[in-house]
Design a protein around this ligand. Structure first.
Ligand code: ATP
Length: 251
Protein backbone atom coordinates (compact mmCIF):
# COMPACT_ATOMS: atom_id res chain seq x y z
CA UNK A 1 0.00 0.00 0.00
CA UNK A 2 2.69 2.47 1.09
CA UNK A 3 6.45 2.28 0.73
CA UNK A 4 8.80 4.95 2.05
CA UNK A 5 12.42 4.70 0.99
CA UNK A 6 15.38 6.72 2.25
CA UNK A 7 13.24 9.69 3.27
CA UNK A 8 15.06 12.69 4.77
CA UNK A 9 14.12 16.19 5.80
CA UNK A 10 16.21 18.70 7.71
CA UNK A 11 15.48 22.07 9.27
CA UNK A 12 18.35 24.53 9.42
CA UNK A 13 20.87 21.77 8.80
CA UNK A 14 19.51 19.47 11.51
CA UNK A 15 17.78 16.28 10.38
CA UNK A 16 14.23 15.82 11.70
CA UNK A 17 13.82 12.66 9.58
CA UNK A 18 16.90 10.88 8.36
CA UNK A 19 17.02 8.07 5.79
CA UNK A 20 13.72 6.57 6.94
CA UNK A 21 12.37 3.51 5.15
CA UNK A 22 9.18 1.67 6.01
CA UNK A 23 6.38 -0.22 4.33
CA UNK A 24 2.71 -0.56 5.18
CA UNK A 25 0.95 -3.61 3.73
CA UNK A 26 -2.65 -3.67 2.55
CA UNK A 27 -4.99 -4.18 5.53
CA UNK A 28 -2.29 -3.60 8.12
CA UNK A 29 -2.30 -1.22 11.09
CA UNK A 30 1.20 0.21 11.27
CA UNK A 31 2.15 2.28 14.29
CA UNK A 32 4.91 4.90 14.43
CA UNK A 33 6.16 5.78 17.91
CA UNK A 34 9.19 7.56 19.34
CA UNK A 35 10.17 9.89 22.16
CA UNK A 36 9.72 13.68 21.96
CA UNK A 37 11.34 15.20 18.92
CA UNK A 38 11.93 11.80 17.30
CA UNK A 39 10.52 13.02 13.98
CA UNK A 40 7.03 11.49 14.07
CA UNK A 41 5.13 14.62 13.02
CA UNK A 42 7.69 15.45 10.37
CA UNK A 43 7.41 11.94 8.90
CA UNK A 44 3.60 12.19 8.98
CA UNK A 45 3.66 15.51 7.12
CA UNK A 46 6.13 14.18 4.54
CA UNK A 47 3.83 11.23 3.81
CA UNK A 48 0.70 13.42 3.49
CA UNK A 49 2.53 16.02 1.39
CA UNK A 50 2.26 18.90 3.85
CA UNK A 51 6.06 18.99 4.00
CA UNK A 52 8.46 18.38 1.13
CA UNK A 53 11.24 15.83 1.49
CA UNK A 54 14.88 16.73 0.81
CA UNK A 55 15.58 13.17 -0.35
CA UNK A 56 13.79 9.88 -0.70
CA UNK A 57 10.81 8.26 -2.33
CA UNK A 58 7.22 7.60 -1.33
CA UNK A 59 5.15 5.09 -3.30
CA UNK A 60 1.44 4.79 -2.70
CA UNK A 61 -0.55 2.07 -4.46
CA UNK A 62 2.04 1.90 -7.20
CA UNK A 63 2.28 5.68 -7.74
CA UNK A 64 5.31 7.79 -6.89
CA UNK A 65 3.80 10.58 -4.79
CA UNK A 66 6.69 12.41 -3.09
CA UNK A 67 6.31 15.42 -5.41
CA UNK A 68 2.51 15.47 -5.43
CA UNK A 69 0.46 18.10 -3.57
CA UNK A 70 -1.59 16.85 -0.60
CA UNK A 71 -4.92 16.98 -2.48
CA UNK A 72 -3.53 14.78 -5.25
CA UNK A 73 -2.33 12.21 -2.72
CA UNK A 74 -5.80 12.40 -1.17
CA UNK A 75 -7.37 11.68 -4.55
CA UNK A 76 -5.30 8.50 -4.76
CA UNK A 77 -6.84 7.35 -1.49
CA UNK A 78 -4.98 8.90 1.47
CA UNK A 79 -7.21 10.38 4.13
CA UNK A 80 -5.91 12.25 7.15
CA UNK A 81 -7.03 12.96 10.69
CA UNK A 82 -4.83 15.76 11.98
CA UNK A 83 -4.00 16.11 15.63
CA UNK A 84 -5.09 19.73 15.79
CA UNK A 85 -8.18 19.39 13.55
CA UNK A 86 -11.32 21.02 14.84
CA UNK A 87 -14.99 20.51 14.09
CA UNK A 88 -16.98 23.30 12.42
CA UNK A 89 -18.73 25.38 15.06
CA UNK A 90 -22.37 26.29 14.57
CA UNK A 91 -23.05 23.16 12.53
CA UNK A 92 -24.60 19.90 13.58
CA UNK A 93 -22.67 16.65 13.62
CA UNK A 94 -24.41 15.55 10.40
CA UNK A 95 -23.64 18.88 8.67
CA UNK A 96 -20.00 18.56 9.71
CA UNK A 97 -19.81 15.33 7.75
CA UNK A 98 -21.91 16.53 4.80
CA UNK A 99 -19.92 19.69 4.21
CA UNK A 100 -16.90 17.74 3.04
CA UNK A 101 -18.93 15.58 0.69
CA UNK A 102 -20.35 18.29 -1.56
CA UNK A 103 -17.16 18.66 -3.51
CA UNK A 104 -17.50 15.07 -4.62
CA UNK A 105 -20.95 15.26 -6.24
CA UNK A 106 -21.50 15.94 -9.92
CA UNK A 107 -24.03 18.76 -9.66
CA UNK A 108 -22.45 22.18 -9.37
CA UNK A 109 -23.32 25.49 -7.80
CA UNK A 110 -25.94 26.46 -10.39
CA UNK A 111 -28.04 23.34 -9.96
CA UNK A 112 -27.74 23.75 -6.19
CA UNK A 113 -28.82 27.41 -6.34
CA UNK A 114 -31.78 26.58 -8.60
CA UNK A 115 -32.57 23.44 -6.59
CA UNK A 116 -32.67 21.34 -9.75
CA UNK A 117 -33.64 17.62 -9.47
CA UNK A 118 -30.05 16.54 -9.82
CA UNK A 119 -29.08 18.67 -6.84
CA UNK A 120 -31.94 17.26 -4.77
CA UNK A 121 -30.87 13.70 -5.63
CA UNK A 122 -27.30 14.54 -4.65
CA UNK A 123 -28.53 15.97 -1.35
CA UNK A 124 -30.42 12.76 -0.61
CA UNK A 125 -27.42 10.63 -1.43
CA UNK A 126 -25.12 12.79 0.69
CA UNK A 127 -27.51 12.68 3.63
CA UNK A 128 -27.77 8.88 3.41
CA UNK A 129 -24.02 8.50 3.18
CA UNK A 130 -23.49 10.86 6.12
CA UNK A 131 -25.89 8.75 8.20
CA UNK A 132 -24.01 5.58 7.23
CA UNK A 133 -20.62 6.97 8.16
CA UNK A 134 -21.93 8.39 11.45
CA UNK A 135 -23.34 4.97 12.38
CA UNK A 136 -20.01 3.43 11.53
CA UNK A 137 -18.25 5.57 14.15
CA UNK A 138 -21.09 5.29 16.70
CA UNK A 139 -22.39 8.86 16.34
CA UNK A 140 -25.77 8.21 14.70
CA UNK A 141 -27.68 9.33 17.79
CA UNK A 142 -25.71 12.56 17.95
CA UNK A 143 -26.34 13.61 14.33
CA UNK A 144 -28.57 16.60 15.14
CA UNK A 145 -26.48 18.02 17.98
CA UNK A 146 -24.14 20.99 17.59
CA UNK A 147 -20.74 19.43 16.83
CA UNK A 148 -18.73 21.79 19.04
CA UNK A 149 -20.74 20.72 22.10
CA UNK A 150 -19.67 17.07 21.79
CA UNK A 151 -17.18 15.70 24.33
CA UNK A 152 -13.67 15.54 22.92
CA UNK A 153 -13.77 11.75 22.38
CA UNK A 154 -16.79 12.11 20.14
CA UNK A 155 -15.27 15.08 18.31
CA UNK A 156 -12.37 12.76 17.52
CA UNK A 157 -14.85 10.14 16.22
CA UNK A 158 -16.45 12.88 14.10
CA UNK A 159 -13.07 13.74 12.59
CA UNK A 160 -12.68 10.06 11.75
CA UNK A 161 -16.15 10.05 10.16
CA UNK A 162 -15.14 12.98 7.94
CA UNK A 163 -11.98 11.20 6.89
CA UNK A 164 -13.96 8.05 6.07
CA UNK A 165 -16.30 9.97 3.75
CA UNK A 166 -13.52 10.11 1.19
CA UNK A 167 -13.56 6.29 1.15
CA UNK A 168 -9.83 6.10 1.80
CA UNK A 169 -7.54 3.20 1.07
CA UNK A 170 -5.07 4.44 3.68
CA UNK A 171 -6.13 6.28 6.82
CA UNK A 172 -3.41 8.42 8.42
CA UNK A 173 -3.97 9.26 12.07
CA UNK A 174 -1.79 11.86 13.80
CA UNK A 175 -1.82 11.43 17.59
CA UNK A 176 -5.48 10.40 17.69
CA UNK A 177 -5.38 9.56 21.42
CA UNK A 178 -3.93 12.89 22.55
CA UNK A 179 -6.13 14.67 25.07
CA UNK A 180 -8.40 11.63 25.55
CA UNK A 181 -8.94 10.07 28.95
CA UNK A 182 -9.47 6.43 29.99
CA UNK A 183 -12.90 5.59 28.65
CA UNK A 184 -12.66 7.87 25.60
CA UNK A 185 -9.34 6.30 24.76
CA UNK A 186 -10.89 2.82 25.06
CA UNK A 187 -13.71 3.79 22.72
CA UNK A 188 -11.30 5.18 20.14
CA UNK A 189 -9.20 2.02 20.33
CA UNK A 190 -12.32 -0.10 19.77
CA UNK A 191 -13.23 2.06 16.77
CA UNK A 192 -9.78 1.67 15.22
CA UNK A 193 -10.06 -2.09 15.76
CA UNK A 194 -13.41 -2.12 13.94
CA UNK A 195 -11.98 -0.18 11.01
CA UNK A 196 -9.10 -2.63 10.83
CA UNK A 197 -11.57 -5.54 10.88
CA UNK A 198 -13.30 -3.87 7.90
CA UNK A 199 -9.99 -4.17 6.06
CA UNK A 200 -8.88 -0.53 6.17
CA UNK A 201 -5.13 0.11 6.10
CA UNK A 202 -4.07 2.50 8.88
CA UNK A 203 -0.90 4.40 9.71
CA UNK A 204 -1.04 5.51 13.31
CA UNK A 205 1.47 8.09 14.54
CA UNK A 206 1.17 8.33 18.28
CA UNK A 207 2.92 9.39 21.43
CA UNK A 208 1.07 6.87 23.59
CA UNK A 209 3.09 3.65 23.33
CA UNK A 210 0.47 1.45 25.04
CA UNK A 211 -2.25 2.66 22.68
CA UNK A 212 -0.13 1.85 19.61
CA UNK A 213 1.29 -1.48 20.72
CA UNK A 214 -2.21 -2.69 21.51
CA UNK A 215 -3.64 -1.77 18.10
CA UNK A 216 -0.81 -2.11 15.62
CA UNK A 217 0.19 -5.23 13.71
CA UNK A 218 3.62 -3.70 13.35
CA UNK A 219 5.42 -0.85 15.07
CA UNK A 220 8.14 1.41 13.67
CA UNK A 221 10.18 3.25 16.30
CA UNK A 222 11.89 6.54 15.50
CA UNK A 223 14.60 8.19 17.55
CA UNK A 224 16.45 11.34 16.52
CA UNK A 225 14.92 11.04 13.04
CA UNK A 226 16.03 7.47 12.37
CA UNK A 227 14.26 4.12 12.46
CA UNK A 228 15.71 2.22 15.43
CA UNK A 229 13.24 -0.71 15.41
CA UNK A 230 10.57 -2.16 13.14
CA UNK A 231 8.58 -5.28 14.01
CA UNK A 232 5.66 -6.82 15.92
CA UNK A 233 4.69 -4.86 19.07
CA UNK A 234 5.93 -7.47 21.56
CA UNK A 235 9.34 -7.63 19.89
CA UNK A 236 9.70 -3.87 19.65
CA UNK A 237 8.73 -3.35 23.30
CA UNK A 238 11.54 -5.65 24.43
CA UNK A 239 14.16 -4.16 22.07
CA UNK A 240 17.10 -2.76 24.09
CA UNK A 241 17.56 0.16 21.65
CA UNK A 242 13.91 1.17 22.11
CA UNK A 243 14.11 0.89 25.89
CA UNK A 244 17.27 2.98 25.89
CA UNK A 245 15.66 5.68 23.70
CA UNK A 246 12.69 6.03 26.07
CA UNK A 247 14.72 5.69 29.25
CA UNK A 248 17.18 8.27 27.98
CA UNK A 249 14.31 10.66 27.62
CA UNK A 250 12.92 10.16 31.11
CA UNK A 251 16.42 10.33 32.59
N1 ATP B 1 9.18 23.43 11.10
C1 ATP B 1 10.27 23.11 11.80
N2 ATP B 1 11.31 23.97 11.89
C2 ATP B 1 12.42 23.66 12.60
N3 ATP B 1 12.59 22.49 13.25
C3 ATP B 1 11.60 21.61 13.22
C4 ATP B 1 10.38 21.86 12.50
N4 ATP B 1 9.59 20.77 12.62
C5 ATP B 1 10.25 19.90 13.39
N5 ATP B 1 11.46 20.39 13.74
C6 ATP B 1 12.48 19.70 14.55
O1 ATP B 1 12.59 18.37 14.06
C7 ATP B 1 12.71 17.44 15.10
C8 ATP B 1 11.60 16.43 15.02
O2 ATP B 1 10.37 17.05 15.33
P1 ATP B 1 8.95 16.35 15.21
O3 ATP B 1 7.92 17.35 15.63
O4 ATP B 1 8.81 15.72 13.87
O5 ATP B 1 9.08 15.20 16.31
P2 ATP B 1 7.94 14.39 17.06
O6 ATP B 1 8.46 13.01 17.19
O7 ATP B 1 6.65 14.56 16.36
O8 ATP B 1 7.91 15.07 18.47
P3 ATP B 1 6.69 15.22 19.55
O9 ATP B 1 6.38 13.84 20.01
O10 ATP B 1 7.33 16.04 20.61
O11 ATP B 1 5.57 15.89 18.82
C9 ATP B 1 12.70 18.24 16.41
O12 ATP B 1 14.03 18.46 16.80
C10 ATP B 1 12.05 19.55 16.00
O13 ATP B 1 12.51 20.61 16.79
Amino acid sequence: MLTVTGLSRSFGGVYAVRDVSLAVADGEVCGVIGPNGAGKSTLFNLITGHLEADHGQISFRGHRVERLAPHRRARLGMSIVFQAARVFRGMTVRENVMVGMHGRTGAGFVSAALRLPRHRRDEREITAEAEAVLSRVGLAEWADRPADLLPIGQQRALQLARALCARPRLLLLDEPASGLRGQERERLAALVEELRADGLTILLVEHDVAFVTRLADRVVVLDLGRVIADGPPAEVRADPLVLAAYLGQSA
